[in-house]
Write a protein of this length. Structure first.
Length: 98
């Protein structure tokens, strides 16, 4: 399978069309290397990105902009046993995860 980046920014267009991130606490399931995370995180109050792949999380941590260090947290976790209290998030998103 060939991986293509979203040169036309359709992902972001539709993401913002259907989701209001303004001041929300967001759980991103399968955040990977943060490619999508960085496109909405500045609008959110806080983002927690989870993924099972430690290498992807390491890349995301390295590529996280300095101004997002307090806004975006990254964690190795699965969706079966989420390590968060109930009602910790206002919304959850999942993109390109299977």
């Amino acid at each position: 399978m060939t991986f293509q980046k979203d040169a036309e920014r359709n992902e972001v267009l539709y993401l913002h069309k259907y989701a209001d991130f303004d001041r929300k606490r967001v759980l991103e399931v399968g955040c990977g290397d943060g490619r999508l995370t960085w496109r909405y995180a500045r609008d959110a109050r806080h983002v927690t990105g989870i993924d099972l792949e430690q290498d992807d999380l390491r890349v995301a941590s390295i590529e996280r902009a300095a101004d997002l260090e307090t806004t975006v947290a990254l964690a190795r976790a699965d969706t079966i046993h989420l390590p968060f209290r109930d009602h910790a998030f206002d919304m959850a998103i999942l993109a390109w995860s299977f």
